[in-house]
Design a protein around this ligand. Sequence first.
Ligand code: SAM
Ligand code: SF4
Ligand code: SF4
Length: 377
Amino acid sequence: MAERVIPLVDHRAAALPPPLARAPVAAGTLRDARGRPLRDLRISVTDRCNFRCSYCMPKDVFDSSYAYLRHADLLSFEEIARLAGLFAARGVTKLRITGGEPLLRKGIEHLVGLLAALRTPGGRKLDLTLTTNGSLLARKARALKSAGLDRVTVSLDGLDDAVFRTMNDVDYPVAEVLAGIDAAQAAGLAPIKVNMVVKRGANDGQILPMARHFRGSGVVLRFIEYMDVGATNGWRMDQVLPSAEVLRRLQTEYALVPLAASAPGETAGRWGYAGADGRHDPALGEVGFISSVTHAFCGDCNRARLSMDGKLFLCLFASQGYDLRALLRSGTPDELIDAALAAIWQGRADRYSELRASLPPEAAHALRRVEMSYIGG
Ligand code: SAM
Ligand code: SF4
Ligand code: SF4
């Protein structure tokens, strides 16, 4: 059989800023080349997962011959915490642990503890959250909460067991994820968000059942447009169900009113369930829409992403990251790593989602990018 070679990750690192550009940059919040601050750091802790969602880690690519990273290649928890501390000093107030499936990383509670101990320059704890497929949550929710985790986001693509088993493509039952959500609620990891990637023709029949289930439950359900991340999922525009269409379907059953964004750089458009008076009823809750295909939101994007092997990515659609692990493991002192971070962020001009709108779909998709399972959502 001919060998199949699929370029998943561009392992060349982007060039680190030259030493001259690494002269100390005045302390405080950084702004990129478009004036955007750095507020949100997503930390991917493993490239492995026990699910094979076809939009993220399709089975035919992520099979037994797939070359995952070796443990020695992963940043240690102490290395991650050191970098996160430097980011916090530069204005990051929110940390999200992701993957792959982050709860598969052994001893993840230890990392949670290290990150929970970090403080902003003003002395405040950072908002610490984690995105998970929920399969190990029933077992781990209490330990995560005790270690200092504030909240969780659980990915769930349907309530119907057969649809869910097809979406995760490993025949995993939905009841276990629902038990994980219950355990997270009981442990106080609230407010819990549930992310549903909507793929037309696959799980769009689950939009209304999901809304019915989570309305009034305290859980915020968010619909994510199926994105053209990575190079393996065979993304096609006709499989994207635009958020406007999801909203229209919800409105066949419920009255919804638009809500203001909760924070600058917030990725989700928010709509609240209305009560009998036509106004938002907080007891009924809200839904969110992450419309990264039909509604670009690069203008105030304040997110950076750190891969499990220590590369810093400035955009979900970037093809190369900056190798911070090389700095960590060559004994570079904090001041010089900080100066490198500052120079990297100050040079950032990424705005892929906005540019995509001006490219023909095939041209946009042909750009080679890293996988979602490598740099997290
Ligand atoms: N395994 C964890 C999980 O599924 O929650 C964390 C990592 S996963 C890569 C993070 C988020 O990315 C999930 O909510 C997932 O649904 C989303 N995601 C993955 N591939 C996507 C795609 N092609 N389009 C939109 N969202 C995607
Ligand atoms: Fe795994 Fe999450 Fe990707 Fe699904 S979306 S394959 S659960 S990393
Ligand atoms: Fe941010 Fe890149 Fe997404 Fe734009 S495309 S919102 S810059 S991650």
